[in-house]
Design a protein around this ligand. Structure first.
Ligand code: CTP
Length: 417
């Protein structure tokens, strides 16, 4: 239970309760949601108050439970509460409440609020078996399902008055799990495995010194966070940075280009998308000195370098091989090009040379774009001829534009397969 409830942490939940003996379970549901970190606003039909009082819910949620459309009428509760909700759940939902929802009736606070909702809605019916199996109820349920309402239950079991049969409210844990599922993103990135690289690499000269670059990792972290927000399973391969780990992302810390290569190649094997936002050092010192080099020694003045592998080009080449062998589809590849101008021709050349689907050419030489700042400007170029200029914007917004393009490419690929 706590697992699902935690997925609702920080969410505004509207809990509508109608009149049935199962209303006592709504109190347990409110408690679990609050324990999981959600803020819960309860609204009650007058029938519900016959079973559980508003004071019980107020005590459990820490906020007044509302019952009437005209209580504090100036606050227009039904409209405000519907706007505030990230998700609404109606448990227990009686046959009468379900009929009102299906018909669009708005004659009390709960039904009026329902007609204002734009967020995901979960309905958990509870009633006697005869009422549940009545064609009117079944038609009403079908109408709600067709309109996108998630109906959970009822289950078979003991009902009021000692009867047994279908009609019993499902347990709070089942309702919470359904709510978590209803909130899960449904777009093309949902449940995809995405590898994102971020930050710069450090190429050690000796235990103290390294060759590095000015990348802060902000762009890659923004991309990882946006992919996770869209429901992807994100593996973030990060060079050293002071940034906080984005929520819901699995992080792999690396330091050198070779370590990044190892991590990325392993993770890319079963990824759907690889986004290489990292600034990978093209060269590393040919020799690593185990002891700190003393400044009198000549070596520091002559650090011999050797080429690092180009991870992205390797992934592109592996993909070409898989395509010509008729192997399973390789991940979609998104590269970045750090440039001091938004030279389209150079971007297109990198796009084709490295075998990418999309390249984000971004400026790194301006006070408000590139390394260590929160804003950027970019030119997106795609294999499908896409060309999108993104004027100065936040890295979070640029990440959303890049994710929109990734989603469009995923949809296109799915149509072609
Ligand atoms: N990249 C990589 N491995 C490297 C170097 C770069 O995977 N050894 C990736 C970067 O993560 C980025 C893309 O390649 O997505 C382009 O990086 P860029 O800075 O433009 O470097 P180069 O392609 O090497 O081009 P240039 O000749 O301009 O340095």
């Amino acid at each position: 239970m706590v697992g699902s409830a935690q997925q609702l942490s920080g969410r505004h939940v509207l809990l509508g309760v109608s009149g049935g003996i199962a209303a006592y379970k709504a109190a347990a549901l409110a408690r679990e949601l609050v324990k999981g970190g959600a803020s819960v606003q309860v609204i009650l039909t007058s029938g519900a108050t016959q079973f559980v009082g508003a004071a019980t819910f107020a005590g459990l949620t820490g906020r007044p439970a509302h019952t009437g459309v005209f209580d504090d009428a100036h606050q227009i509760h039904h409209v405000r509460l519907a706007r505030e909700a990230d998700i609404a759940v109606f448990a227990p939902a009686t046959a009468n409440l379900i009929a009102k929802f299906a018909a669009g009736l708005a004659d009390d606070l709960v039904s009026s609020t329902f007609t204002c909702l734009t967020c995901p809605v979960v309905v958990a019916p509870a009633m006697h078996t005869e009422m549940w199996s009545h064609p009117a109820t079944q038609d009403n349920i079908a109408t709600l399902v067709r309109r996108g309402v998630l109906v959970v239950g009822p289950e078979e079991g003991e009902l009021a008055g000692g009867d047994v049969g279908p009609g019993r409210l499902v347990e709070p844990a089942t309702i919470v799990a359904a709510m978590a599922a209803a909130l899960r993103p449904q777009g093309p990135l949902a449940s995809r495995r995405v590898v994102v690289t971020a930050g710069g690499t450090r190429e050690p000269i000796d235990p103290v010194r390294f060759i590095g670059n000015r990348s802060s990792g902000k762009m890659g972290y923004a991309l990882a966070a946006e992919c996770a927000r869209r429901g992807a399973n994100v593996e973030l391969v990060s060079g050293p940075t002071w940034l906080l780990e984005p929520a819901g992302v699995t992080i792999h810390h690396v330091e050198t280009a070779l370590q990044m290569r190892d991590a990325v190649l392993k993770l890319a094997a079963d990824a759907d998308v690889v986004v290489k936002a990292a600034a990978v050092a093209d060269f590393r010192p040919a020799v690593y000195h185990q002891q700190k080099i003393k400044k009198e020694h000549v070596e520091l003045g002559h650090v011999e370098l050797e080429r690092n592998p180009d991870i992205l080009a390797e992934l592109g080449a592996a993909r070409r091989r898989r395509q010509s062998d008729g192997g399973p589809p390789a991940p979609l590849l998104v590269g970045f090009a750090a440039e001091t101008d938004l030279e389209e021709e150079r971007g297109r050349d990198k796009l084709h040379r490295k075998g990418l689907d999309l390249i984000v050419v971004n400026r790194v030489d301006m006070a408000d774009a590139g390394f260590n700042v929160d804003t950027n400007r970019a030119l997106l170029l795609g294999v499908d001829g896409l060309r999108t200029e993104v004027p100065l914007t936040t890295k979070a917004e640029l990440a959303a534009v890049v994710c929109d393009q990734i989603e469009a490419l995923l949809v296109r690929r799915q149509r072609q397969s």
